[in-house]
Write a protein that binds this ligand. Structure first.
Ligand code: SAM
Length: 275
C-alpha cells in the first residue's frame, strides 16, 4: 500500500493557531519534512510531538523530493511543514506536491494559517477578489515592471515585503499604481501586531524614515474603474484582455469593459470585431 503526503499548515506567530487535525496528523505520520529542523523541533515540542525530522528547504528541494517520494511509494506517511504558515506558499512544497501528483500518490492538505489571507481580511479592503503576488522583486527596476504588470488587475493586491524595503516599495507603488487605499500588516498574530491603514501617499510618508522591524505584508486596493481606464487601458480591447488575465471569462470581461466604456454589449462586440 502506498503512503500519503500531508501538507500541514502551522502558526504564523501565535502558537495557539494550529488545528486539532494538524496536531493529530503530525502525531500520526512517520516523518516530518521541514525547512529548519531546529526551528520546527521547538514548535513540535510545544505540542508534545516527537518525530523523525528531515530537512527540506529551498536548496535541497529537488533531491529531497525524490527521497520523500520513495518513502511515500514504500507506504510511509510524510508530512511537510514550513517555518510558518502554509507549506508551498512562498515556502518549499510545490516541487514535492507536483512530483507526488505526477507519480499518482495521494496528497492531502491540512489547512491553517496563511499570512496573505490573514493580512487581506484584516486590511479592511475588498476581499471578493484577491491577487496574491508573493514577494515584490527586490531590484527597483524589476519591482516597477512587476507593478506595471499588476496595475490593471481588478482585485485587491497582496505582496509579502521585507521591512528594509518597505519605504522604497511604497514609493514605487504610489508612483506606478496611483494613490490607492492600502494597509501594511505587521507581525500578524504576534505580540506587536500592527495594521497601518491609509492611502499609499499617507503610508509612504509614514514609513519613509521609520525604522521598521518584523514581518510584514502590503495590501493595496484595486484601481477604481475610472482610474484604470485612464491609467492603464487605452482601448476597449486592452481592457477586455486585462479583465481576462485577471481571471474573468471572455463574455464577462466584455460585459464589464463595455459598461466601463459606456457602451452596450453589442456595440462593444462590434468594435472589437472591427479592430
Ligand atoms: N508560508 C508562509 C505563509 O503561509 O504565509 C509565508 C512564508 S514567506 C517565506 C514569509 C513572509 O510571509 C514574510 O516575509 C512576511 O512577508 C509574511 N509573513 C509571514 N508571517 C507573517 C506575520 N506573522 N505577519 C506579517 N507577515 C508575515
Amino acid at each position: 500500500m502506498t503512503g500519503t503526503l500531508y501538507l500541514v499548515a502551522t502558526p504564523i506567530g501565535n502558537l495557539a493557531d494550529i488545528s486539532l487535525r494538524a496536531i493529530e496528523t503530525l502525531k500520526a505520520v512517520d516523518v516530518i519534512a521541514c525547512e529548519d529542523t531546529r526551528h520546527s523541533r521547538k514548535l513540535l515540542n510545544h505540542y508534545g510531538i516527537s518525530k523523525k525530522l528531515i530537512s527540506y528547504h529551498k536548496r535541497n528541494e529537488r533531491e529531497r523530493s525524490a527521497e520523500l517520494i520513495e518513502r511515500i511509494r514504500a507506504g510511509e506517511l510524510v508530512a511537510v511543514i514550513s517555518d510558518a504558515g502554509t507549506p508551498g506558499i512562498n515556502d518549499p512544497g510545490y516541487v514535492l506536491v507536483s512530483e507526488a501528483v505526477a507519480a499518482g500518490l495521494p496528497v492531502v492538505a491540512v489547512p491553517g494559517p496563511a499570512a496573505f489571507v490573514t493580512a487581506a481580511v484584516v486590511s479592511g479592503l475588498p476581499t471578493a477578489s484577491i491577487f496574491f503576488g508573493g514577494f515584490l522583486p527586490s531590484r527597483k527596476g524589476e519591482r516597477r515592471r512587476r507593478l506595471e504588470q499588476v496595475r490593471g488587475i481588478p482585485a485587491t493586491l497582496v505582496f509579502y515585503e521585507s521591512p528594509h524595503r518597505l519605504a522604497a516599495s511604497l514609493a514605487d507603488c504610489l508612483e506606478i499604481l496611483g494613490d490607492r487605499m492600502a494597509a501594511v500588516a505587521r507581525e500578524l498574530t504576534k505580540l506587536h501586531e500592527e495594521i497601518s491603514r491609509g492611502t499609499l501617499a499617507e503610508l509612504s510618508k509614514r514609513f519613509a524614515a521609520a525604522n521598521v522591524k518584523g514581518e510584514l505584508i502590503l495590501v493595496i486596493d484595486r484601481a477604481s474603474g475610472e482610474k484604470m481606464l485612464v491609467e492603464s487601458a487605452e482601448t476597449l480591447g486592452e481592457r477586455v484582455q486585462q479583465l481576462e488575465s485577471g481571471g474573468m471569462d471572455r463574455k464577462a470581461a466584455l460585459k464589464a469593459a463595455a459598461k466601463e466604456f459606456g457602451l452596450s454589449r453589442s456595440e462593444a462586440y462590434r468594435r472589437l470585431q472591427n479592430v
